[in-house]
Structure formats: C-alpha cells, structure tokens
Design a binder for this molecule. Structure first.
Ligand code: NDP
Length: 294
C-alpha cells in the first residue's frame, strides 16, 4: 500500500521530507552528494544508494530536492530516466520548470515541477498549513498523489510545468511587498516614544482589513472595470502620497521601499487624468508588464 520512492537531496528540506515518508511506512531510497547527511536516515530505515544512478534505478517515483536547477543537471547527467516519474521539488523559475519538463520527456520520463510553500519545520505537520504546488503531467500527479501528500498538502495547478513555480513566486513576491511595507512602518516609529510591540497589533489589524485588495483586484482585472464602486479614488491617493513621503523625510527614513508603488500610482493617473482619476489603484497593475514576456 505504501509505494516505494527515491529521494535525491538531503539538505534541510530533503531530510524533513524523507522523515515523513519513512514515518508513514514508505520504503525510501535516498542519495546525497555529501554521504554523511544520509547516515541518520539510514538508522531510521532508509536505503542509502551509493550513487544517484543507483538511487534512480531503485524506484519508479524519483523526487528531487536539490539546491537549484543547475544541480539537477549535474546530479542526473548521464543517468537513465526511461520510464521514471520525476517530481522536482527544487525551487526554480517557470522557464526552468518548462525546460526541465522537456528535458525529462526527451529522456523518456514523466515530469511534474513543484513549489514548496512551507519551511522544513512545517513538513509533516498538517496543522502548520504548509503545502506544495504541482504542475505538469496530470497522469503522474494522479498516480502518486497519495504519496506526495504525505509531507504536506498537494495543490495541482495545471499541465503547464511552469505554473507551479509561477504560483510559488507570485505568493513569495506578494509576501516581500508586504514585508517592505511593514518594514517601512516600523522604521517610521523607530526612536519615537511608540513601542514596536504597541504598533504590532494595529498593523496586523490594518493589514487584515486591507486584505480586501486581493479579491478587489481579481474582480477588476477580470471585468476590466477599474472605476465602479471606488471609494478611495486615485487622484486623492496620489495627492496623499506626498504626505507619506514628507513624513518619511521628516522622520529621517528612506522611502525606498514604498516609493516605487507610489510612483506607479502617479504614472497611471498622469497617463490620462480624466480617465483614471476615479479609479482605485488596481489599474496601475496594467502598467507593470513592460517586458516582452516568455
Ligand atoms: P540545503 O542548502 O539545506 O540543501 C541543498 C541540497 O542540494 C543538499 O542536499 C546539497 O547537497 C544539494 N546540492 C547543492 N548543490 C549540489 C550540486 N551541485 N550537486 C549535487 N547536490 C547539490 O537546501 P534545502 O534543503 O533547504 O532546500 C532544497 C530545495 O528546497 C531548494 O530548492 C529550496 O529553494 C527549496 N525550499 C526550501 C525551503 C526551506 O525553507 N529550506 C522552503 C521552500 C523550498 P550537499 O549536502 O552535498 O551539499
């Protein structure tokens, strides 16, 4: 009932993954470039392969958890992948996911790429809420879903092997924008008679309330209606951005983390004030695709 599998890469994440499969009763073959990292797992029941090729040979399901895409090429160079099911948990870009899928297919393997939305401490702890995005071969995912769900929840996001990485990076990028705003807020009060721990609950509450922006943006980007029901119009927000910048200057704080977004709002307004003054800030998203894409 518990399918056997092979795991290549026993860093912090790989080791956490390995433990959950062993604990759940899956026969597990492991390999790591630095063999010492496999010793503890051997004591817990893992079969340790002497080479990546031997580890791949041992099972059909092959999970990769290496540092980056380049290390995959190094590890699997010349290894026979015919008939294998490759699951790549190594973080990469959408383009790397697509190229790696084509590379696997040429070698006779099925492939899904993945993006792990968890830290090693969240692996094997369902209540921690971590999960993994998967995309690529639907047949592979359906075949191994139960096994893949052992370390963390599994969310399949389509046949395009680039889409797991794209979801992963979209969420991480939004996270850094949030971190940037929070960092600026704390910098503003530094040295004042306001304790960070007193600002903290106010920040959490405000960011929670502003979370409506996620759904609001999705609706407007779908309908292309950027003006209906707007309560905080762009002209007002652009005028108000001066207050944010002057306050930062007055506090001796660099506005570098928030200025790019304020500039984008102004650019949207200036492009056609009559058309955009009554929007909220969602329309500014349409300015961001400046490159040629894929
Ligand atoms: P670690 O740095 O702890 O481990 C890296 C692993 O990659 C090790 O097994 C290392 O082997 C191996 N490796 C690196 N370079 C090569 C190479 N050239 N050839 C062969 N093996 C190589 O990283 P993590 O385990 O934390 O991360 C693994 C993947 O998981 C990464 O893609 C990471 O982005 C992703 N991830 C990690 C998260 C985290 O919080 N840790 C969260 C989400 C995703 P060796 O032991 O010999 O050095």
């Amino acid at each position: 009932r518990h399918r056997p599998l092979t795991l290549l890469g026993l860093g912090d994440m790989g080791t956490a993954l390995a433990r959950t499969w062993l604990a759940a009763g899956h026969p597990l073959t492991v390999w790591n470039r630095t063999p010492a990292k496999a010793e503890a797992l051997a004591a817990e029941g893992a079969a340790v392969a002497g080479s990546a090729a031997a580890a791949v040979c041992a099972n059909t399901l092959i999970v990769l958890c290496l540092l980056d895409d380049a290390s995959i090429a190094t590890v699997l160079d010349g290894v026979d992948l015919t008939g294998k099911d490759l699951v790549n948990l190594t973080t990469g870009t959408p383009a790397e996911g697509r190229a790696r899928a084509a590379w696997a297919e040429e070698r006779g393997a099925r492939f899904v790429d993945a993006g792990i939305m968890a830290t090693p401490a969240m692996i094997g702890v369902p209540e921690a809420g971590g999960y993994v995005f998967y995309s690529g071969s639907r047949a592979l995912f359906d075949t191994h879903r139960t096994t893949l769900e052992v370390p963390a929840g599994a969310r399949y996001v389509g046949t395009d092997p680039g889409h797991a990485a794209l979801h992963d990076v979209a969420l991480l990028s939004a996270m850094y924008g949030l971190f940037a705003g929070i960092s600026h807020a704390y910098a503003l009060i530094e040295g004042e008679d306001i304790a960070p721990k007193d600002l903290a609950p106010l920040l959490s509450e405000w960011l929670g309330a502003m979370g409506f922006f996620v759904g609001n943006a999705a609706e407007r980007l779908t309908s292309r209606d950027f003006t209906s029901g707007v309560v905080s119009n762009l002209a007002m927000q652009v005028a108000g951005s001066g207050t944010l910048l002057r306050t930062a200057a007055g506090q001796g704080v660099s506005a570098e983390l928030i200025e790019p977004y304020l500039n984008l709002m102004r650019e949207r307004l200036d492009a056609d004030p009559a058309a955009h003054a009554g929007e909220d800030t969602v329309g500014a998203i349409t300015l961001l695709r400046r490159g040629s894409g894929r």
